[in-house]
Design a protein around this ligand. Structure first.
Ligand code: AP5
Length: 195
């Protein structure tokens, strides 16, 4: 199963991808996590990305695509994957479709977590207090939401047009949201789920 998790910052993509990956036995590939690891390791890519991420802006398409392609070529991604945080604009969407065509791994479904801004702001504020992620500063969260609306939301329209988008209500208990996601996945049978 090849899945894109889609939705605004703080909508629960990472939380839910970690749960679904265990059930489907496929890797969770988060471009945000890959970039944060590069920042922490102070790699050349991480050094370039650090300020951009702290300001809530998008890292350049070229840098993220190269990093993603390397990850998708690893053996564990051959049986499927959950992509979280990519694509984030229409150029990345086009690049992803071309890359997946080259890898002969077409996407099965895009799951969009619907969460209102008020809940996003509350979640990120809480995380800012506990984890101190620089881009969870409330002013930066608002900027990230603006970028989501301007650049990322059109990608959902594209997935809708090609019949691959599934909307999932992302508000409520984490277990309940996971159940909604399972119900939205195009699973052939329960044997795909190692629960
Ligand atoms: P990235 O890490 O992708 O951040 P994001 O998409 O903005 O997502 P978040 O991690 O904030 O939220 P999430 O939806 O994963 O929710 P989570 O599960 O964490 O990207 C960070 C930055 O990297 C970008 O701004 C950009 O600079 C760069 N970047 C990444 N990808 C890029 C790309 N493709 N191109 C260019 N730049 C890129 O949950 C959030 C919080 O809510 C948590 O505390 C969680 O515990 C809580 N929570 C989760 N579910 C629930 C629930 N049901 N009820 C209550 N609380 C909940």
């Amino acid at each position: 199963m090849r899945i894109v998790f889609f939705g605004p910052n703080g909508s629960g993509k990472g939380t839910q991808a970690e749960r679904i990956k265990n059930a489907l036995q496929i890797p969770h590939i988060s471009t945000g996590d890959l970039l944060r690891a590069a920042v922490k390791a102070a790699t050349p890519l991480g050094l370039k990305a650090k300020e951009v991420m702290a300001a809530g802006q998008l890292v350049s398409d070229e840098m993220v695509l190269g990093m993603l392609e390397d990850r998708l070529r690893e053996p564990d991604a051959r049986k499927g994957f959950i992509l979280d945080g990519y694509p984030r604009n229409l150029a990345q969407c086009t690049a992803l479709e071309a890359l997946l065509a080259r890898l002969n791994q077409p996407l099965d479904v895009a799951i969009k977590l619907d969460v209102p801004d008020s809940a996003i702001l509350a979640r990120c504020e809480l995380r800012f207090k506990t984890e101190h992620r620089p881009d969870d500063d409330p002013a930066i969260v608002r900027k990230r939401l603006d970028i989501y609306r301007e650049q990322t939301a059109p990608v959902a329209e594209h997935f809708e047009q090609i019949g691959k988008l599934r909307h999932v209500d992302g508000v409520g208990d984490v277990d309940e949201v996971s159940r909604r996601i399972f119900a939205a996945l195009p699973l052939q049978s329960n044997t795909e789920v190692a629960r």
